[in-house]
Design a protein around this ligand. Structure first.
Ligand SMILES: Nc1ncnc2c1ncn2[C@@H]1O[C@H](COP(=O)(O)OP(=O)(O)OP(=O)(O)O)[C@@H](O)[C@H]1O
Ligand SMILES: [Mg+2]
Length: 551
């Protein structure tokens, strides 16, 4: 869980000068200002603690990227603050500034209380967040080390600074959050890389499908299911790589939160195809789209396709009647236009339309994708959609009405492949067998977990470079789960309904391998979760009559 403290400097002085009523009004406005940004990122704002406002990310619902949400909210607040300050200045002739502290850690939170909208968090990380906020200068965001580690791919930091903290013997390490990176770093361990490990069968299936699509001009919709971090995006990247320059790639991704536009991923895909840049003016963007569409769409349909694609991107064509939203007619026009657009591309050359993370996709987007897949004709279009298993919770019949839909699930890497991944990342063999086994045990065949555990160990100095190799320090015996991995697992569990969560909590007291019946939990409930949820059934149980599961 990640905690954010924000306070208004100058507010104590203000409190001395202003009417209590004005102070209350000002606090109310501050709260609203902060709360809007926090909620936009899926966090929850607590009331005032002293002069500071406290927000938490990860309660009542954990997300795998809670630290990132918190830091993005902090940056949003910092950047929007001048307007707020100007208001205070004009009303009270007083300069105010914002100081923010963000920290990640295990926090005690009352989930039930949180569900009622009351927040009860406590614990050391909360105190540290408060100290960070107090240690920040006006306008500064200070974050703790764990928050930095979890967000450094998306955010630029300066530091570390040492903040002397009251009541703590050691100073607290703090990092100054600067800004969002325009190009978030790729996943992986800085400076380490591994070729694709395993997945021969999967890449073989995808290549065969792509070749058939190209040869027979028979469109296909492929859904790649798999848990977070198992390697869906990597497999897709590998496929595109192997297809080489003969295939055209249009790529978009669904976003987990924010004010996403309904058809955002298609907008991204069209923009990348037309070469539209973020910095382009609306006119330039429309011209680029017009050019791109003219290349592949027959003249009689160009106007309609351009109209619909510009609308998808959130632009409107000068002189054209804006497309309304929600009516059947709009849907028809959009479906038609997108089918023609994508179809035109596929008639020219093999076209891969990759829509990432469709478990976050909007209902209308999923409808549209299915429609396009089902109606395309004689066009070499391969639609590839990586998705986490929860897609089937919101869309149980995904792809079902589409004759040319395929789906398969990426399982975690097997023991040997996981071991090879560690070797490939570290290159050399000097990490002892013991440390290696522990890493593998923690990572459970999930490549993202492997990478994150290594990244954490390197960051902590437990793995160190020596003479071009890596050596493990002796205290590698106990590997904690990195926050990023913990976040993924917590988010998986939080997707469950209350009864399943409760059942799982009962079981979890036995450890990660457990026998539901042994603690009086219905095996059926846990069995149902193992179909696509956070637990898996163990093939053999040491107790012949009890089913065993693993969290
Ligand atoms: N077979 C593999 N060989 C080597 N590295 C891999 C392999 N599979 C995945 N990785 C690496 O593991 C990390 C996680 O993989 P990836 O991002 O593809 O997961 P994902 O399934 O798309 O997860 P998410 O659901 O969160 O998007 C990436 O850095 C990726 O490069
Ligand atoms: Mg992915």
């Amino acid at each position: 869980m990640t905690v954010l403290f924000a306070d208004l400097t100058g507010s104590t002085a203000l409190g001395g000068r202003l009417d209590p009523e004005d102070v209350r009004a000002l606090q109310g406005e501050l709260f609203e200002f902060l709360n809007a940004e926090v909620e936009r990122h899926g966090g929850m704002t607590e009331k005032f603690v002293g002069d500071a406002v406290v927000a938490v990310f990860g309660v009542p619902q954990a997300h795998e990227d809670d630290p990132e949400r918190a830091v993005l909210a902090a940056i949003g607040l910092r950047d929007a603050f001048p307007e707020f300050a100007a208001k205070v200045q004009s009303r009270h002739a007083e300069d105010v500034a914002l100081r923010i502290g963000v920290n990640t850690g295990e926090v005690v939170a009352g989930r039930e209380a949180a569900a009622r909208g009351e927040l009860v968090v406590s614990g050391d990380p909360v105190n540290v967040a408060a100290r960070l906020q107090q240690g920040a200068v006006a306008g500064q965001i200070l974050v703790g080390t764990r928050t930095r580690l979890a967000t450094e791919r998306a955010v630029a930091f300066d530091g570390p600074l040492q903040i002397d903290a009251k009541g703590k013997n050691d100073p607290v390490e703090a990092w100054v959050a600067l800004e969002l990176l325009t190009r978030p770093a790729r996943r992986g361990v800085g400076g380490l890389s591994a070729p694709l490990v395993g997945r021969d069968a999967e890449i073989g299936v995808l290549m065969a499908l792509a070749q058939r699509v190209e040869r027979e001009r028979a469109p296909q919709l492929v859904t790649l299911f798999g848990q977070a971090g198992v390697g869906k995006s990597r497999l897709l990247a590998e496929l595109v790589d192997r297809l080489g320059p003969d295939a055209r790639l249009l790529k978009g991704r669904c976003l987990p939160y924010g004010d996403g536009i309904t058809y955002w991923p298609l907008a991204e895909a069209a923009k990348s195809h037309a070469g539209v840049l973020e910095t382009d003016t609306a006119e330039v963007a429309v011209e680029k789209l017009r050019g791109a569409i003219a290349e592949t769409v027959p003249p009689e349909h160009r106007a309609a396709v351009l109209d619909a694609t510009t609308w998808t991107i959130g632009l409107s064509l000068p002189g054209s009647k804006p497309i309304g939203f929600g009516s059947a007619d709009v849907r028809g026009r959009l479906y038609d236009a997108w089918t023609r657009y994508i179809g035109g591309l596929g008639r020219e050359q093999l076209t891969v339309l990759a829509i990432e993370d469709i478990h976050w996709g909007s209902e209308p987007l999923l409808d549209l994708l299915e429609h396009v897949a089902a109606t395309l004709e004689s066009s070499a279009v391969l639609i590839v959609c990586p998705a986490r298993p929860e897609l089937l919770d919101i869309r149980p019949a995904w792809g079902a009405g589409t004759p040319n839909a395929t789906a398969f699930t990426l399982q975690p890497l097997g023991q040997q492949d996981a071991r090879r991944l560690v070797d490939e990342l570290l290159h050399v063999d000097e990490v002892g067998e013991d440390a290696r086994s522990r890493i593998l045990e923690r990572a459970e065949g999930n490549p993202f977990f492997v990478e994150e555990i290594l990244r954490m160990l390197i960051d902590q100095g437990a793995l160190q470079r020596q003479n071009g190799g890596w050596v493990a320090s002796s205290d590698i015996a106990d590997i904690p789960l990195p926050d990023s991995v913990h976040g993924v697992i917590a988010a998986r569990i939080d997707l469950l309904d209350a009864a399943s969560r409760e059942a799982l909590r009962h079981c979890a007291v036995m450890g990660r391998v457990f026998w539901p019946a042994a603690v009086g939990v219905d095996e059926q409930i846990i069995g149902a979760l193992s179909r696509r949820g956070p637990v898996s059934e163990q093939a053999s149980s040491v107790f012949a009559v009890l089913r065993a599961f693993r969290l």
